[in-house]
Design a protein around this ligand. Structure first.
Ligand code: 7RM
Length: 635
């Protein structure tokens, strides 16, 4: 038991050392003591990063839903598993207990079976943030079907690509979805996508907005009547440890999206163990991650990790700005949220709104604040720390990826002293290293390089669906025998890691390697600045020079832009050095972002390079309209 819940720093170092010296016996002990197995493994780990091939707990048999639901029934049957907070606060929250979740997942699983879904089949889930979304993932897992969740903000084209690539035979969706004051015609998007998806036989439609939609005879079926008629008992399919649990697409910098494949046992063990420790979850806590289940953060830290720990996990349908910018804090107060996990983009958007929205609410239930998705800039870190955490809730800046399945580098709250903008120390069992351009590992502290992982952890993605070669080339070919993350990082004098941004964002100015994060950090400290993004553009003397796109807090900022430019460069000069001063500064109305809130520097780089003939597919952006505006005003 002792290793499962880390409580102080010395213990962290001790358990960490153990996990690195003898990973197999370490993970075996965790797996042995904290999960329900139908059969134990024959072999804890076999791996070869050259092939690449990784297998954890081979020979073991289990079903992840028995771990996330059934085993809690005896002790937590009446505890809230999922706390659904709808888009419209007046609709009222819905508490789904573990017992109710058990019934609903079983019914849904039986419907899937009746509709011809078999073990190993792929099911596409294109559902907004309503309980049916979490339940549909679990229903697939119950019967051994492989879920492929597509974020319900993606276009018909993006949806069709993902359905076809993984050859899904069924799509689960809803009539429509709410997004603040707007509704979205999801079923219409599905209909359009399916015009180019021949393999889809059945579409199950949940009712959410009660809109008048088209139902295609023989293909489309309303979900509710099928659920009503189904039995609430469904035996869990006994799965092999390495059977795929799900596919989740992540966009590559070039080419089509990559269907990352996660398997069952290792993913379960790692997401459960990281959840328990990175959030210090205790039995009566209410935990809330604001991500969408359409991203890996939602898979691992709304659904599987929390439920495997018998936690109460909030599922929020809405947006931070509806009915006003106090919505997050209203929910924290109402449900006495203890752990709150969000993204820097959301923090910056809320910080821009001023303090009155935060100060109105009682946030004293909060114990842990989390950040994920992008480097959190210093200014946003302090805003979060001071105004949300009131200086007493540690911020866990957690670094990880769709490919890693779970959190890899993070402070453990109340254990690891935090440091703004630092993800700090590797999680238990994670062996990061930094590499230089020549492929040599940088030893010791105070070094900066490319972030790799030397040894497999249980939830590493096993392949790219249908393209193992691409998996090998993308992650295991840059450095021999190492998993390459694509991120740059530095290690400070005590061994803390700071992620400096994607390596393709690293800009070499007059021979100096500059990461985007520290420069953006300095810029964002300026009181008039809301957000910024830095890219390089060709320069005859420096090789590359810096181009900054900056969004001001007050769009109609009346101050002289030239003065602002001088002040901003002065700040950069003070914080980093004159080498990092910007050659060009363009003030923008907004920055292009992915649907999960990451700034798309690739597009900004093209504009800075004056190469806008091929911007790639911008239709999946959150705000494609800002691209034209940026192009029109480019310097
Ligand atoms: C969980 C998630 C992965 C990329 C990753 C980084 C960036 C994520 C942090 C971060 C700095 C962080 N999965 N990233 N977390 N950068 N600090 N705490 O976001 O597949 O969608 O993205 O996101 O570049 O490689 S993801």
């Amino acid at each position: 038991m002792s290793n499962y819940h880390i409580k102080h720093l010395e213990e962290y170092y001790q358990v960490y050392r153990k996990s690195v010296r003898n990973p197999e016996s370490f993970w075996e002990e965790i797996a042995e003591e904290h999960f329900l197995w139908r059969k134990k493994w024959d072999n804890v780990l076999s791996w070869d990063f050259k092939k690449p091939e990784v297998k954890w707990f081979e020979g073991a048999q289990l079903n992840i839903t028995e771990n996330c639901i059934d085993r809690h029934l005896a002790t937590r049957g009446d505890k809230t598993a999922i706390l659904f907070e709808p888009n419209d606060p007046n609709e009222g929250a819905e508490h789904i207990t573990y017992r109710q979740l058990h019934h609903r997942v079983n019914k849904f699983a039986n419907v899937l079976k009746e509709q011809g879904v078999k073990r190993g089949d792929r099911v596409c889930i294109y559902v907004p943030m309503i309980p049916e979304l979490a339940i549909s993932l679990l229903a697939c897992a119950r019967i051994g079907a492989i879920h492929n969740v597509v974020f319900a903000g993606f276009s018909a084209n993006a949806l069709a690509t993902r359905i076809n690539d993984s050859d899904c035979k069924m799509v689960i969706t809803s009539d429509g979805s709410y997004r603040g004051a707007k509704t979205i015609d999801l079923k219409g998007i599905v209909d359009e996508a399916l015009e180019s998806c021949e393999g889809v036989e059945t579409v199950l439609v949940a009712k959410r907005i009660h809109s008048d939609i088209n139902m295609k005879e023989g293909r489309d079926k309303w979900l509710q009547p099928l659920l009503d008629a189904a039995s609430d008992q469904c035996k869990a399919e006994v799965m092999q440890a390495e059977d795929p649990l799900f596919i989740l697409y992540t966009s590559g910098s070039t080419g089509k999206p990559k269907g990352m494949v996660h398997t069952t046992a290792g993913y379960m063990v790692y997401t459960a163990y990281t959840f328990k420790n990175a959030f210090q979850y205790r039995e009566n806590d209410v935990y809330w991650c604001t991500a969408d289940i359409g991203w890996i953060t939602g898979h691992s830290y709304i659904v599987y990790g929390p439920l495997a720990n018998g936690a109460t996990t909030v599922l929020f349908e809405g947006v931070p700005s509806y009915p006003d910018f106090g919505r997050f804090w209203d929910i924290v107060e109402k449900h006495k949220v203890s752990q709150f996990y969000t993204a820097p983009t959301a923090i910056r958007a809320l910080a821009k709104q001023g303090l009155e929205f935060v100060e109105k609410y009682d946030l004293s239930s909060l114990k842990v604040l989390g950040s994920v998705g992008e480097p959190i800039n210093e200014e946003a870190w302090h805003w979060y720390n001071d105004n949300v955490g009131k200086g007493k809730s540690p911020i866990i800046d957690s670094w990880w990826q769709t490919e890693t399945g779970g959190i890899m580098i993070t402070p453990i709250p109340y254990v690891t002293p935090t440091k703004p903008t630092y993800a700090t120390l590797p999680f238990i069992g994670v062996q990061p290293c930094l590499m230089d351009e020549k492929g040599e590992e940088l030893k010791g502290n105070q070094v900066e390089g490319r972030l790799c992982i030397k040894f497999p952890w249980p939830s590493i993605a096993r392949t790219i669906w249908g393209n193992h070669q691409r998996y090998k080339e993308t992650y295991f070919s840059t450095y021999e025998n190492k998993y390459f993350t694509g991120d740059g990082a530095l290690r400070d004098e005590v061994g803390y890691y700071r992620i400096t941004g994607r390596v393709d964002d690293v800009i070499i100015v007059s021979g100096h390697n500059l990461g985007t994060a520290p420069i953006e950090d300095a810029i964002n400290e300026h009181p008039a600045v809301s957000e910024s993004a830095i890219v390089g553009f060709p320069h005859d003397v420096k090789g590359s020079a810096l181009y900054g796109y900056i969004t001001l807090k007050d769009v109609g900022e009346s101050r002289n832009h030239d003065n602002l430019r001088i002040e901003i460069n002065q700040l950069i000069s003070d914080r980093i050095g004159p080498i990092a001063k910007l050659n060009k500064i363009q003030f923008t109305e907004g920055l292009p972002k992915t649907r999960s809130g990451k700034i798309m520097r690739r597009i900004l780089r093209k504009i800075a390079e004056k190469d806008t003939s091929n911007l790639g597919d911008i239709s999946t952006l959150l705000n494609p309209e800002c691209v034209q505006d940026i192009m029109d005003n480019a310097l």
